[in-house]
Design a protein around this ligand. Structure first.
Ligand code: FAD
Length: 431
């Protein structure tokens, strides 16, 4: 017998787009259900980008996201981020970072400009909001005072020597050292989530402190791969700094990424005891639109089926990785509702011959087109359903990887979709 849910809004997808929309819904006391898998969180650096690519100089990054979005308004007025007002995007970031702060995960950054953060490749990359464990990362890069970068035996995602080699030309007092992480002598291979979970315990924190003290010479700064806990990164950072007198910062690592996991865990916690129910790892398999505008949805598996009746839907199912878009040999489809997908005319046009083509690959701009309320539309611009909305990377015309706008796109469109849903719900009923 299927578990049955009846809800006002079903958010399909629990990547950053779906989870942030769920938080916005909870803040407005909207009765909602959110379903889906882990999304891109575990791959993401945990940094929140708004816009990081220059639109004037090919291949360059920018510290001015708002100037670029203003330029984009002329170049591509249909880009989903351009269709949302600056104040609305700012409000969305503020609301989501406030919710995260309440869960002990503080994000900071400038209102008008990006911050440059050191990467595991020894390069600098722009971002709009960064977690507090990475706050001193950009300050260290700016000041270039004596700094020690550590890595750990058996850890493959991060190499301190590589970072030093890449940065030493402009930062002479940068030293790299490899240590054995406490209690891992028998471990041949290690991953950052394992180290982060170990550091949640007081016993390992004490041993880690001793290790750091033995490694530091005359440095005042200490850079680590992102391993400072999953749930208590701020507490662990504060403890280590207070006990060593060092300025400590994390450097994002390649996937699997601890800051991405932290972000997801904090959003999950933010939904506890709210009007939103989270159905983790449940995939919607079928949607049947009903005559009065509501939707009957089936989710789960044969063994554990779930039926959800929702008055409105928010589709935040991501792109190819998440399963929101599907490419066969000839075309790209939206598999759940068969929505029209904006895409190149034929497969030959999906990719440019030059992998590094500064204008990108056209397949990355494929997706679902919407009206100003973020409702998917037919080619003649009519909404497919009155109460179907879409947010995040499933949207057409954005190329978030190239333009570095992943989190900004997901958060801003999630916010706008929830506002649109509320606006429609509160409209007087026609008699
Ligand atoms: C490798 C990588 C690195 C990244 N790094 C950064 C970064 O440094 N900074 C930044 O700002 N952004 C980054 N991002 C992007 C950021 O993570 C995206 O903004 C984020 O993935 C949000 O996308 P989304 O929620 O639209 O889709 P996804 O994260 O793909 O989530 C889609 C969700 O939909 C669910 N779903 C799909 N189909 C169904 C179905 N039928 N039923 C139920 N659920 C379904 C999936 O299970 C998943 O939960 C990165 C992403 C990746 C992949």
């Amino acid at each position: 017998m299927a578990a049955i849910y009846k809800t006002d809004l079903l958010i399909i997808g629990s990547g950053l787009a779906g989870m942030s929309a769920a938080v916005f819904a909870a803040n407005r006391n909207i009765r909602a259900v959110v379903t889906g898998g882990a999304g891109g969180f575990e791959y993401s650096s945990g940094l929140m980008d708004l816009w990081g690519a220059s639109l004037t100089k090919q291949y360059e990054i920018t510290k001015k996201p708002w100037t670029m979005l203003e330029k984009l308004r002329d170049q591509d007025p249909d880009h989903p981020l351009v269709r949302i007002k600056k104040e609305t995007i700012q409000q969305a970031f503020l609301e989501i970072t406030t919710a995260l702060k309440h869960q002990g995960l503080t994000y900071s950054g400038y209102e008008e400009k990006n911050t440059l953060v050191m990467t595991p490749f020894g390069t600098l990359r722009p971002t709009y909001r960064l977690p507090s464990a990475m706050r001193s990362n950009s300050e260290a890069v700016r000041k270039k005072e004596p700094c020690l970068i550590l890595d750990f035996k058996g850890l493959r995602e991060f190499s301190a020597v590589f970072v030093r080699e890449m940065m030493k030309k402009n930062w002479k007092d940068l030293r790299a050292k490899t240590l054995e992480f406490p209690d891992t002598r028998l471990q041949k291979e290690m991953f950052t989530p394992f180290l982060a979970r170990s550091l949640e315990t007081g016993q390992v924190q004490d041993k880690f402190l001793t290790l750091i003290r033995s490694a530091v010479k005359d440095e005042t700064w200490l850079g680590l791969p992102a391993i400072l806990g999953i749930y208590s990164s701020e507490k662990i950072l504060n403890l280590l700094e207070a006990q060593t007198g060092l300025k400590i910062f994390e450097i994002p690592t390649s996937p699997v990424s601890v800051p991405g996991i932290r972000l997801r865990e904090a959003l999950v916690k933010a939904l506890e005891n709210t009007s939103v129910t989270l159905l983790q790892n449940q995939r919607v398999t079928k949607i049947i639109p009903r005559p009065k505008g509501e939707f009957h949805c089936e989710a789960g598996s044969d063994i554990n089926p779930v039926a959800i009746r929702a008055d409105a839907l928010l589709l935040a199912t991501g792109r190819f990785l998440g399963g929101g878009l599907y490419a066969d040999r000839k075309s790209i489809r939206e598999p759940l509702l068969g929505l029209p997908v904006y895409q190149p005319e034929n497969r030959n046009q999906w990719h440019s011959r030059n992998y590094f083509d500064p204008s990108g690959h056209r397949i990355n701009r494929a997706g679902v087109k919407t009206d100003d309320l973020l409702r998917p539309v037919f080619p003649d611009k009519r909404p497919v359903f009155k109460t179907l909305f879409a947010s995040g990377t499933i949207l057409a015309r954005q190329d978030w990887v190239r333009t570095r706008c992943g989190a900004g796109l997901s958060i801003a469109t999630g916010f706008k979709a929830i506002e649109s849903y509320l606006g429609l719900r509160e409209q007087p009923v026609e008699i």
